[in-house]
Design a protein around this ligand. Structure first.
Ligand code: NIG
Ligand code: FE
Length: 440
């Protein structure tokens, strides 16, 4: 006779509660064994805040390793030859596979309403990024679309993009506003980012970038827009705790150095440290103003020479290179070698946005940094792990494989070497992901 008995829901709920409370006393453990190479490790005695200059060439790793995760944290790791006896709820055999910390992508504009493929074609036909912007396209085009879209749809689209970049190995990400360019639009974007923070297993930081472009209504009243940002938007953003950082597109034709200074000072009054767009299109003084205002990072840096490098020396401001934008806009690349050879750190980020880099694919970014910036695979991995974490103030909890850090990890497919990741360009060699100690 068929047994149709189903325990009543209340019993199921009781059983679930019991499991939860057992979990409280007995932490969940995942043991990964036979790891071909455990990359970017950090010993308990170290306090790695960033990696700079020549040190970027060496990626500390263990061949033939094991790693234990307990709940959401990395518990311990070592060589297989000396692995102690251990119990685990789940065991993963990583033979032939590399394990790395997840990517930390410190500069994106992942919340947007529509692609800009029409502008892409116009650029192929000869229009420049700046000409398109002057004709009301570019950022203003994105602002029009964003202000027409309601918050829930914007959230759903952005969540989809976030899921895609997570599948490509991203475990921490910064996301900017800057396509609202009006009080309601900017707040809408920041609320979407907050909702992504609340509902995603990855670490998310948000930057307030109302100073991304002057909106059409303020074309002839630039002072009015700056006042709107400082007097109206910033107090609301701060009161609702919607942003971690203050961003400005410091560039000729956008926000000049004096305007940037006023905006950064205003941000500081509300506790927002700067992370700014600098020197993308011209030697605009953005790097120097960022250093002067102790920006956490100055980002883009296509137009960087001796003066900019000199101003970065001896300061904590992180140079963040966005070669995906230079690639997509057909511009010259950032002088990564000069920056590293000067002894500075380099961080790489995607700049994922609908205009200058419609891709948040970090493995592809690594292929670009190796082939076009002549950064080695080891330097490139430092740039998107510990240095990316530092550019988001997450270096104490992410960016290396260290006991006590959050277990956000990439397990690759079987691959011959670390170099294979950027070498096999356009492909994603990730087999499994662990976020906050959970297999995803
Ligand atoms: O970082 N340069 C300024 N902002 C973005 C692009 C914005 C856009 O074109 O939508 C960037 O490249
Ligand atoms: Fe950007």
């Amino acid at each position: 006779m068929q047994n149709n008995y189903k325990p009543p829901p209340v019993a199921e709920a009781y059983f679930f509660d019991l499991l939860q409370s057992l979990h409280y006393f007995y932490p969940m453990r995942i043991l990964i064994t036979n790891i071909k190479q455990l990359c970017q490790i950090e010993q308990p005695s170290e306090n790695k805040l960033r990696v700079a200059g020549r040190d970027m060439a060496i990626l500390p790793s263990i061949d033939n390793a094991w790693l234990l995760i307990e709940d959401e944290l990395i518990h311990s790791f070592g060589e297989m030859a000396t692995m102690p006896e251990m119990n685990a709820d789940e065991q993963i055999d990583a033979s032939g596979r590399l394990v790395l910390p997840s990517w930390c992508d410190s500069h994106t504009h992942l919340v947007f309403a529509a692609p800009r493929d029409g502008e892409f074609v116009n650029r192929i036909k000869g229009l420049s990024y700046e000409e398109i912007a002057r004709q009301g396209g570019g950022i203003l085009n994105s602002a029009r679309k964003l202000n027409e879209m309601d918050e829930s749809e914007l959230y759903e689209q952005s969540l989809q993009r976030l899921h895609n970049v997570i599948a490509q190995g991203t475990g921490a990400i910064e996301i900017k506003s800057g396509y609202g360019l009006c009080e309601e639009g900017e707040l809408k974007m920041l609320r979407v980012i907050r909702k992504l923070k609340e509902n995603s297993p990855v670490a998310i930081k948000s930057s307030f970038l109302a100073a991304h472009a002057y909106p059409i209504d303020y074309k002839d009243n630039k002072e009015g827009y700056i006042k709107l940002i400082i007097e109206k938007m910033l107090p609301r953003v701060a009161a609702e705790g919607l942003a971690d950082y203050m961003d400005v597109f410091c560039e000729q034709g956008f926000f000049g150095v004096p305007e940037t200074e006023r905006l950064l000072e205003a941000g500081y009054k509300y506790g927002l440290k700067p992370k700014i767009h600098a020197n993308q299109l011209h030697h605009s003084g953005g790097v120097q103003v960022g250093v002067k205002y102790k920006a956490l990072s100055v980002d883009h840096l296509e137009c960087v020479g001796e003066e900019e490098i000199a101003s970065l020396m001896g300061n904590d401001t992180m140079p963040v290179l966005l070669p995906g934008a230079a690639f997509f806009l057909g511009m010259h690349y950032q002088p990564a070698r000069k920056i590293i050879d000067a002894g500075l750190p380099v961080c790489l980020a995607t700049d994922y946005n609908p205009g200058s880099c419609p891709s948040g694919n970090v493995p592809l970014l690594l292929s670009i940094s190796c082939t076009q910036l002549r950064m080695t695979p080891e330097e490139s991995v430092h740039a998107v792990t510990i240095n990316g974490a530092a550019a988001m103030e997450l270096e104490k909890s992410l960016g290396t494989i260290k006991a006590g850090k959050i277990a956000n990890l990439i397990i690759t497919k079987p691959i011959p070497s670390l170099a294979y990741i950027p070498y096999d360009y356009g492909n994603i060699n990730i087999e499994r992901l662990i976020l906050k100690g959970n297999l995803v």
